[in-house]
Design a protein around this ligand. Sequence first.
Ligand SMILES: *Cc1c(COP(=O)(O)O)cnc(C)c1O
Length: 411
Amino acid sequence: MSLKQNDSELHSLILQERKRQADVLELIASENYVSDEVLEALGSVLTNKYAEGYPHKRYYAGNEIVDQIEDLAIARTKAAFHLPDDWHVNVQPYSGSPMNLEVYAALLSPGDTVMAMNLDHGGHLTHGSPVNFSGKQYKFVHYGVSPKSHKLDYEEIAKMADKVRPKLILSGFTAYPREIDFKRFKEIAQDVNAVSMADISHIGGLVAAGVHASPIPFFDVVTTTTHKTLRGPRGGLIMCKEKHAVAIDKAVFPGMQGGPHENAIASMAVAMKEVNTAAFRKYAEQVVKNSKALAKSLMDFGFKLVSGGSDNHMLIMDLTNKNIGGKQAQDLLDSAGIVTNRSMIPFDTRKPWDPSGIRIGTPAVTSRGMKEKDMSKIASWITAVITEPLVAPKVKDEIKKFTKNFPAPGL
Ligand SMILES: *Cc1c(COP(=O)(O)O)cnc(C)c1O
């Protein structure tokens, strides 16, 4: 209200962005629509409070209420992920990237060897990219997917682990459309005495809902962002076995961060309560059903998908047989109100700025209530735009009308 009166410039920009989010098909696999309640907590007076330290052990006065809020966020996270009693949670990471670096800082020394997924095959920047702090500070050795199936080849990963003897093995990806066999990863790590870490940032909501295998309780450390399938505020969570708790808490604060964002932590508590409901489990199931339906429709329209399908919330279109690059396809789809992001495909011969793939995810459209039959409609729009670019404005109009039937949470 007061933004409208006192800062109309910014107010107008927020309204424009809200309208954009309402009018498009949001298919970026890492995005979602949070609830009004998540937004309300995030925009609350909790942003005013400094609370360096942990609940009941703070460096500033006046934390008696904030302590209860952070305790609640921790308790609700434990409930949402069904954590065993000997697991510990840190809800303070500002986002996914600091969260991962904090785990490394807690458990590794500079120069230690870490195994993680090749970035071109679906790993994240914080999994040892040479331009990221992780890649500069530690010796990352990357495994990839099989050249034939484009799925993880656990035999190869085990062989590599035996050869390089990593201190830590990281599983968890930013662009991998298949289910991960965490049990197998744990065996591989155990065989070479490595710490097992899973970064479930993308699939956090699916894991909590029980529609994807969980690395809990047998992994040592599990990290996740809270703003992707978990449908919470931007932030990160570190869950670990009690024996790593002290090192991890110290690495987060004072190791890497100062005052925690208690407004985000409160908002996380709201999201975790939502996650631990039958309605959310149904939502997560539908996310996967929609992804499989969209994958099937796109393949029926003649598109190639990395690994030939999807087990989770995302799929990766391989455009090499379509005579169009990922950047051009992304821009073209965007001009038609279909929002995606370009992506490398395994063994890509093009560069990251203009790779051969498009990554597509169903979490956001499923939050709007879309179902399988809507996915075939989306597939036909994607096909129309990529094969006949001139239809983009017409498709954009159709999508604007179509999305009106599916009000998004929080808008
Ligand atoms: C999104 C993501 C992150 C990082 O999250 P940010 O909040 O963008 O820093 C880390 N790891 C994986 C696997 C991710 O998908």
